[in-house]
Design a protein around this ligand. Structure first.
Ligand SMILES: O=C(O)CCC(=O)/C=C/C=C(\O)C(=O)O
Ligand SMILES: [Fe+2]
Length: 313
């Protein structure tokens, strides 16, 4: 087995509420380098840890994490729609492996995924189907959440499975860093929003467009006094990146979900996907070398925007 890792932020607002051209050029350059790395590595399997934003998973049955044996992109926020090339049999083997090692995981034989999974897949590979993929969706939007130590444990078990494969495997985490887009909360929601959060699959094109317009409007004022959303927190982001650079993954066991929400924004919990990805790498080969490829707080994209790479030491 050979393993590499990429962790990237994603944003619903790319192309819809862009920052200055110099910033876009920086991000484009780092993404082009990341894509070239992936091309050179030529993975035989991608394991992607991703969140969902009430497109595939709703409170009618909200799993802490779920592994998909088949997945279809809803094509939100200008991402490609359609099926992913999910490695069905390997995904099932992985689900069995995880359950056998005392970590509970849900299974979906037909999962809808959103930009939280597909934007990064497209950016790293140019399509949804270039390489076989196993999507593992970690609940990062719909409280209550499993504690961070459970995410670390999930990642470790996935890493131990990867270590049994005679393949080149790319592990991906997508989401974060600090940010708070206008994703609704069930607690205190109106009846209509509550109904959407419980079973709002397959919205009409008009309903989807209205959602996207709300996010764009939030992006236009994010980080200003007009915004009610928790602002970006570059200090939190840098400390989190340092923790990963130093390989101090055990430190996430002390993370407080409430404190992170307050200090860095509710959607910061998408970094759970980075925790799982780094834990998988560490467990697959024992110890890693990581680098920070990029970091910049980008209000227009509602994103503490970061990119990291890592490989075994
Ligand atoms: O579209 C909605 O209903 C809510 C907004 C939304 O989904 C925003 C998603 C934002 C991110 O993916 C992000 O900032 O990570
Ligand atoms: Fe997201």
């Amino acid at each position: 087995m050979t393993i590499k890792l990429k962790c990237l932020s994603h944003t619903p607002l790319r192309g819809l509420n862009d920052p200055a051209p110099e910033v876009i050029a920086e991000v484009d350059a780092v993404l082009a380098r990341s894509r070239a790395d992936v091309e050179a590595f030529d993975p035989e399997l991608i394991v992607i840890f991703a969140p969902d934003h009430y497109n595939g998973l709703f409170y009618d049955l909200m799993p802490p994490f779920v592994i998909a044996t088949a997945a279809e992109s809803v094509g939100d926020y200008m991402t490609l729609p359609g099926p992913l090339s999910v490695a069905r049999d390997l995904a099932l083997d992985l689900a069995r492996f995880i359950l056998d090692r005392d970590v509970d995981i849900a299974l979906s034989h037909r999962l809808q995924v959103d930009h939280g999974c597909t934007q990064t897949l497209e950016e790293l590979t140019g399509s949804l189907t270039r390489y076989p993929v196993i999507p593992i969706i970690i609940n990062s939007a719909a409280p209550p959440f499993a504690p961070y130590r459970r995410i670390r444990q999930l990642g470790e078990v996935v890493g131990r499975f990867i270590a049994t494969l005679d393949k080149r495997v790319l592990v991906v985490g997508t989401g974060g860093l600090s940010h708070e887009p206008p994703v609704p909360l069930l607690e205190g929601a109106s009846d209509a929003i509550g109904e959407f959060l419980i079973c709002g699959r397959n919205p009409t094109p008009e309903a989807r467009a209205a959602r996207q317009e709300r996010t764009i409007a939030a992006g236009k004022i994010y980080g200003t006094a007009l915004s009610a959303q928790t602002p970006l927190n570059a200090e939190w982001d840098r400390a989190f990146i340092d923790l990963l650079l130093d390989g101090r993954l055990d430190a996430v066991d002390d993370f407080s979900i409430e404190e992170i929400s307050k200090e860095a924004g509710r959607s910061t919990h998408e970094v759970r996907t980075w925790v799982a990805a780094f834990a998988a790498l560490a467990a697959a080969q024992g110890g890693y070398r990581a680098r920070r490829d990029y970091y910049r707080p980008i209000n227009e994209w509602i994103a503490g925007y970061g990119v990291m790479s890592a490989e075994p030491r």
